[in-house]
Write a protein that binds this ligand. Structure first.
Ligand code: ADP
Ligand code: ASP
Ligand code: MG
Length: 457
C-alpha cells in the first residue's frame, strides 16, 4: 500500500514537453505518491491541432499532411525515448490514425463544427496520457493504469465549453477510481476533455486541465491537489510581463480565484471552485524545480496584505448601452442581463450611470450578432475594442481609504500618460479593476507593481 494521503497531481503542457520533461514529471508523481495524475497535451499540441483544422478547412490536403506528420513524429519519438513496448506503440498508432481520419473528414467537408473540433482537440490529451503512463510505470512499483477520463467527466453538450456535472462526476469517481483512493494503484488520466451522457467527446475550454484536476480531486475526496507548471508557483504578477514579480508562498482561495478569473494564466478561471467547495488545499509548483517552495492555496492565510498580486485580462471589449428609458425606471439591468444569460456571455466588469451601462466582455462577443440584436431592442449600443482589464487583487480593497488615489498616482506619468477608460471598485473586498488600452496594459501593471509590491516591502 502507498501513502494514505490522496493526492491528485496535474502536469501542464510544458511539464509534458518531451521525454525528459515527462520523466521528470513522473518522478514527482512517484515521489509524492500521487493517486491520480492528470495531464495536459504535450507542449503546443492543442494549438497545432487547431491549426490542422483551420488548414484542412481551407487548403488542399497536401498542406495539412505535413502538420499531421509533425504531431505523429513528435509523439512516436517521445514514446520511443520513453521505451514504449509494442502494445504501447500500437495504442498510440490508433490515436494517430484517428487524427488523420478526422483531419481528412474536415478537409473533405471543408467544415469543422465545434463537436468535431472537440474530438480533434481531445487527441492532444489522449496521446499524452499513455506517454505519462509509460514513464510512471517505469518509475514506480505501484500499479499504473491509463484511465479514460470520459468515463467520469460528464459534461453538458455545450461543445467547446462543456459544463461539468458535479454530482454525477463525484458518483462516477467513487465508482471507477476507488483503487486510486485506497493507494494500491495510480491512474493517469486526461485533463481538458469530458463526454456528454451520449458519450460524445467535449472539452472544458482552453487551459481546462487545471479545472479537470480540481473536479477530479473533489470527486475523489482528495487531500491535496498539486498543479505542476513551468514557474515555481503563483507570483505577484506574470513574470513574463514583469521580471520583478515575486513568488507568493501562501494565498487564499478567494484571492487566487480572483487572480485566475481576472486573467492570470497560471490557473484556469474555474479551477478553484471545486476544491474550495470541499476545502482541499492546492499546491502550485514547477516541475523543473520541484523542491522550490511554490505556492500554497488555502482557505485562510495568516498574512492578508492589501495588495497581494495583479493580473491582466487581454482581448476585452467595452459595450456601452445608452437609453433615456433607464432614467427613473426599474428592471432595466435585469432585462439586459437576461440577454447575456440567454446568449451565455459573461461580463467581467460593469459600471452604470443614470442612462447608460458599460460592460467589459471578451472580444469574441462582438461576433455575437444575436446578442446585439437583443441589446438594441432596449437602447443604443456602442463598442470599443483593443482594451485590457488590469486588476489589483488583495484584501479589504473596498474599505481602504486613499487606495484609488494611490492607484491613479502610481499609473500617472506625464511623459507617457495611461488613459484609464473605466474603473470598478467597491463590489469586491478582493479586487480593483481598471480598463486601459491593450498596448498600455503591461506598462500599467509594471507601474502598479512598482508602487504596491516593490516599493511597499
Ligand atoms: P501549463 O501549461 O502548465 O498549464 P500555463 O502556461 O497555462 O502552464 O501557465 C503558466 C504560465 O502562467 C507561466 O509561465 C506564466 O507566464 C503565466 N502567469 C500568469 N500570471 C502568473 C502569475 N501571477 N504567477 C505565475 N505565473 C503566471
Ligand atoms: N491542452 C489544453 C490547452 O492547451 C488544456 C490545458 O493545457 O490545460 O488548452
Ligand atoms: Mg494552463
Amino acid at each position: 500500500m502507498g501513502s494514505t494521503k490522496v493526492i491528485v497531481s496535474k502536469f501542464g503542457g510544458s511539464s509534458m514537453k518531451d521525454a525528459d520533461a515527462i520523466r521528470r514529471s513522473a518522478k514527482i508523481a512517484a515521489d509524492h505518491h500521487s493517486s491520480l495524475v492528470v495531464v495536459s497535451a504535450t507542449y503546443g499540441t492543442t494549438n497545432q491541432l487547431i491549426e490542422i483544422a483551420k488548414t484542412a478547412q481551407t487548403l488542399p490536403w497536401e498542406e495539412t499532411l505535413p502538420m499531421i506528420e509533425a504531431i505523429k513524429e513528435n509523439h512516436r519519438q517521445i514514446a520511443k525515448d520513453l521505451g514504449a513496448t509494442a502494445a504501447d506503440s500500437e495504442e498510440i498508432e490508433i490515436l494517430l490514425s484517428e487524427l488523420e481520419t478526422l483531419a481528412k473528414g474536415i478537409n473533405l467537408l471543408k467544415d469543422a463544427p465545434v463537436k468535431v473540433m472537440d474530438r480533434l482537440q481531445s487527441l492532444g490529451e489522449r496521446l499524452s496520457s499513455p506517454l505519462m503512463t509509460i514513464a510512471l510505470r517505469d518509475t514506480q512499483e505501484k500499479k499504473t493504469e491509463n484511465f479514460d477520463v470520459r468515463k467520469v467527466m460528464l459534461t453538458t453538450d455545450q461543445f467547446g465549453k462543456g459544463v461539468p456535472q458535479i454530482k454525477e462526476i463525484q458518483e462516477l469517481c467513487q465508482k471507477y477510481l476507488l483503487a486510486a483512493k485506497y493507494g494500491d494503484q495510480t491512474f493517469v488520466t486526461q485533463g481538458f476533455i469530458g463526454a456528454t451522457s451520449e458519450g460524445e467527446t467535449t472539452t472544458l475550454g482552453r487551459g481546462g486541465s487545471d479545472y479537470s484536476a480540481a473536479l477530479l480531486a473533489e470527486g475523489l475526496g482528495a487531500d491535496l491537489l498539486e498543479i505542476w507548471t513551468d514557474v515555481a508557483g503563483i507570483a505577484t504578477t506574470d513574470p513574463r510581463i514583469c521580471p520583478e514579480a515575486r513568488p507568493i508562498n501562501e494565498i487564499t482561495f478567494q484571492e487566487a480565484a480572483e487572480l485566475a478569473v481576472f486573467g492570470a494564466k497560471i490557473l484556469h478561471p474555474t479551477t478553484l471552485a471545486p476544491v474550495q467547495r470541499v476545502a482541499i488545499p492546492v499546491f502550485v509548483g514547477s516541475s523543473y524545480e520541484p523542491d522550490a517552495p511554490g505556492t500554497w492555496i488555502k482557505a485562510q492565510s495568516g498574512h492578508q496584505p492589501l495588495v497581494r498580486a495583479m493580473a491582466i485580462k487581454k482581448d476585452q471589449a467595452l459595450l456601452t448601452l445608452t437609453t433615456p428609458k433607464m432614467l427613473d425606471s426599474h428592471g432595466f439591468l435585469a432585462k439586459i442581463f437576461s440577454f447575456f444569460e440567454k446568449h451565455k456571455v459573461s461580463v467581467d466588469a460593469i459600471t452604470t450611470s443614470e442612462i447608460s451601462v458599460a460592460m467589459t466582455v471578451d472580444i469574441t462577443t462582438l461576433q455575437n450578432k444575436e446578442l446585439f440584436k437583443d441589446l438594441e431592442t432596449v437602447g443604443t449600443v456602442s463598442t470599443e475594442k483593443s482594451l485590457s482589464l488590469v486588476s489589483l487583487i488583495g484584501n479589504n480593497i473596498n474599505h481602504t481609504p486613499g487606495l484609488a488615489q494611490k492607484v491613479f498616482t502610481s499609473i500617472h506619468n506625464e511623459s507617457e500618460p495611461i488613459n484609464v477608460r473605466m474603473i470598478c471598485l467597491g463590489a469586491s473586498r478582493h479586487n480593483f479593476c481598471l480598463v486601459v488600452n491593450e498596448d498600455q496594459a503591461n506598462l500599467a501593471v509594471k507601474r502598479l507593481h512598482k508602487t504596491f509590491i516593490e516599493d511597499s516591502l
